[in-house]
Design a binder for this molecule. Sequence first.
Ligand code: AMP
Length: 417
Amino acid sequence: MPEFKTSPGTRDILAPDSGRWRAFQEVFAKTVEAAGYTLIIPPMFEDLDVFLRLGEATEVVTKEMYDFHDKGGRHVALRPEQTASVCRAFVEHRPTTPWKVWYAGPNFRYEKPQQGRYRQFDQVGIEALGTNDPFLDAEVIGLAAKFYSNLGLKRVKLAINTLGDGGDREKYAQKLLEYFSRHESSLTSESKATLARNPLRVLDSKREPDQEVIANAPAIRDTIGKEAGAHFESVLAALEAMNVSYEINNRLVRGLDYYRRTTFEFVSTALASAHTAIGGGGRYDGLVEALGGPATPGIGFALGLDRTLLACDAEGSFVAPKQAVEVFVVDTVDGSHAQTICNLLRENGVTADRAYDLRSMKAQMKAADRSGAAVALIIGEDEVQNSTIMLRPMNSGEQHSIARGDLVGEVMKALKK
Ligand code: AMP
């Protein structure tokens, strides 16, 4: 047993998974940069207060934060998500609007670790600040859908709803309270307790006996004001024009205090576990203001990298890229030929690795095999004497001698480059 292991809820990401992670971020960057989003790299820790502005109602903030006092006595926290940091950056730098940014990187939440739920987990996401245009809502949602399809995912469902404007949610909560109170006898005791605290949360119940009452509960869509209603209709129409299919989910009212209007969630139907949500987001008002900036509308989403990759596993899509060098050099003379040859190949755009420690021919050939290289180059005393190199295509094993001066050309030919 090693003395040290990774902390609960954290992991080392090794090859080939690490290559898959990088490829994932590259596909994401390509998808969103095509729509004018630029990269933002916020710090991994901030003043605790930045995250507290997300609101008292969110567990992420109240229960799960990694916060501590640094040596200068500042109360800081590792970021549990990145929207708050992006809004803080907006207030700090005052960029021209609309400001469209993307990010990728780890977040930290003190949660109970389990499959698909970690204490350090990666997200990719976008945020667009400064306009209320419903076409932007559709663009943001459409980019998430496009990204999933670029990963080869097919079994992804988009659920969408509106939360109305400020005040609408409170009116809706009142309406729900009245409705659930009328049907209280049919609710589970857990939901009865939730009802007293927050009627909206009753909608989240997955308990079977609650389902019928929940299914007939009033929808927030019937409570919201005219403007928010028209906005929602425009977003839906824009999505339809883009051929993005969606399902309106009246129960999708979860989320942070600052969410307004459009809210959405992507679920993988290929995942059997409880954690089928692979991404979500929505419009937020008030957050920029809460952080000391001017009233500024914003919309964005965050997608969980770890969980989306689990969905890819379940669908057999987006497999880890092959990470083998093209050439492996075996030098049984003194090791210096391997060095010169590797350097020459690398300078010519061929990936190359070699054996070390002047091991036996057999051991070096084994290493060549393990490396996954398509071609092995072998140098022994005879080859040095004749200024030749033995070239062996690893799949056929039929080797032939080449002139040392023709090395690059011959390797290119063997690799069909
Ligand atoms: P949230 O920021 O809570 O809205 O989460 C957005 C997405 O991040 C979720 O849909 C998940 O895919 C992912 N996510 C959230 N929390 C975790 C976690 N603890 N471990 C892994 N993925 C997570």
